[in-house]
Structure formats: structure tokens, C-alpha cells
Design a protein around this ligand. Sequence first.
Ligand code: FNR
Length: 356
Amino acid sequence: QREAAQSYADELEMKAKAELPDYVYGYFAGTAGGGESVQDAAAHWDAVRFRPKAFTNTSEGLTRTSILGTQLRTPVLAAPMAHQNAATPLAEIATARAVRRAGSLLGVSTNTSVPFSQIAAEGAPWWFQVYVMKDRGLSSALVERAAAAEAKALVLTVDTTRLASSELVIDPQLWPETPGKRRLANLLEEDLSGLSEDATRGAEDLTLDIIGELRERSGIEVIVKGILRGDDARRAVDAGAAGVLVSTHGGRRLGKSVTSMQALPEVVQAVGNDCEVYVDSGIRTGDHVAAALAMGARAVFVGRPVMWGLATGGEDGAAAVLERFTEELRLTMAAIGANTIRDITSDMLWRPQATC
Ligand code: FNR
């Protein structure tokens, strides 16, 4: 199953590559540095081995779960990604429809081209991803608008204060002239009037106080994304985060970072039951999802495969990716002896002598 599943994500990527303009594919697939972290990411998830449990009832195969109190049919969630309008004209509207069909949850990037109200109208639960900008007032305006449009939580990305390489931005000269071209669709003209271009750049001096400030501004919970160390996770929780998302940003920020599989155990250990832990980067199969859950993640986010689904099949394509990962998870659950998500426990992992 794993071999087949691996080639599924790879095949979808090849199909998307053939269909997308080179500069768009290059942006979506882009990595930082020499891409070492991306190369290792899926391989590390692949290296996990299970200790399947016998004599358990696996007849139901229930993948439903709850994330910060939101009931979902799957722990496979759609990661926030910018420039979805370069994959499909409906952008996050298509993703939101796919997510609703799959019973999942949608991450919406600060750099979305779609107004919050239109995303919310699709009825899928969604979280708003926040890049704190140099002009903090702009960020405040955005999080207030997101909360008013019923975002269920904020995802504060802390790994990206400065873009790692020019390949990770779409060259505006190449960007097709469409109404969806605009990023930051939820900033209004009035927000930007009189401000310099610099105002929307990332704040490079973030401190832990920002967690409480965002919570207060928006009135909704804050999850911190891009955590790769136990001590940072602990500090985020102590500062009021309701969750941490262990992530290398899909290897787009630091070529030689640890993988999220390597970082997950120390984060889980550092926060205990004090907050929910999620993980992304390199999750490509249902086995990977099961491994992450057994290691203590409450849910996983999937990035590029969802983008390849959007690029090749719009809403249907993205729904197929989420549904396929969920179906694979169900098969793995049956094979390891888990009837529900709660049954996927750490004793189902095999550990070599040294801890992982
Ligand atoms: C991203 N990611 C991202 N993260 C974020 O916090 N804000 C953003 O705007 C974006 N934009 C973005 C664009 C594209 C094209 C990609 C591929 C990724 C990172 C994303 O949320 C997630 O962390 C990774 O994509 C997960 O890794 P995989 O599944 O792509 O390997």
C-alpha cells in the first residue's frame, strides 16, 4: 500500500507539473537551500515501523476526531497555502468545497486572493494563518476580519520573517493578469492608503507577547506554526497558545532543518496534555498520518499534494487527495489494530534502542 500510495502523490505532482506554467510549478514545489529537509521529510515518515496489535475490534474504522472542539470526519487537514489562484481559478473556494466534502478543516493563508466572507460561505471549518506584518495595525485588521467571518482559530506562522529565496515568491512580471491576481485580498484600500510597500513585509522582531495580543484582538484561539523545538513549544503554550504545529514549512524556509518527524517527539514531550499538537511537512500517505498520530499529533496538515489536486482537478482533485489519505489511514488503522483515532497509541510504534 505504501509503495502505491507514494507513487500516487508523486504521480499527481508529475501531472500537475505537466499542466502548470513552469514558474507556478517552480513556486509550488520550491524549497529552501539545497532542499535537504524536503528530501528527508517523507523518507523519515516512511522509516517509522508499527507494532500491530492483535485481537482488537477494527470493524468500524472510525477516522472522526475533534480539533480544538471542532468535530471533523478526518484528522487529515488542508495546510494554509498562498497563491491557490495559480492552481485553480476558484482558489480557496474550491479548496473549501473539497474540505467540506471530506469532513476536514481548511487553513487559509494571509496571502489568499479570496475575501474571507466567500470562503466562510462554503461552510467548511477554517483557520486563518497569520503573518505578522511590520505594520501591526494591518495584522490586527486582518485577524479581526477573520474572526468576524467565523474563522475558528488563528495560525500564527513564526518560521517566516524573511523569505528564504527569490524562488519562493512568484515573480509579479509573470503573474497572469486575472482579477484573482491580488494577494492579501482581505486588506482593503483604506488599510493600505498612505502606507509604504514595506508595511506588509514580515515583522522580524516577533516576541511571545504576540500570542496573547492576537488572542485578545480576535477573541479566538491561537496556534503557533513552525515550531521545531520542545523549548519553543513550551514557551508558546505558556504564553497562551492553544496548539502548536510542528512544521518545516514544507522545507521552504531552511534547507538543512531537522524534519518534522524528528522534532515531533520532543514537542509532544515538552507540552504534555497542555495543548494540542499538529504536524505537517512531507506527509504523503495514510501510513504517514498514522505514524504522526501514534507519535502524539492530534491531526496532520497536507500541503503540496492538495495543491497538486487543485491544479489537476480543482475542487474534485483536492477532495480526492483528502479522501484518499483518509481511506489509506483507515486501512492502516485496520492493519495496526485501531478501531478509532484514539486507539492509535505510541505503543504501536516500534522503537530501535536509541529513542527516535
Ligand atoms: C506554503 N506554506 C505556507 N505556510 C504558511 O504558514 N503561510 C503561507 O502562506 C504558506 N504558503 C505556502 C505556499 C505553498 C505553495 C506551499 C507548498 C506551502 C506551508 C504550508 O502551510 C505547509 O507547512 C507545508 O506545505 C507542508 O509541507 P508539504 O505537505 O507541502 O510537504
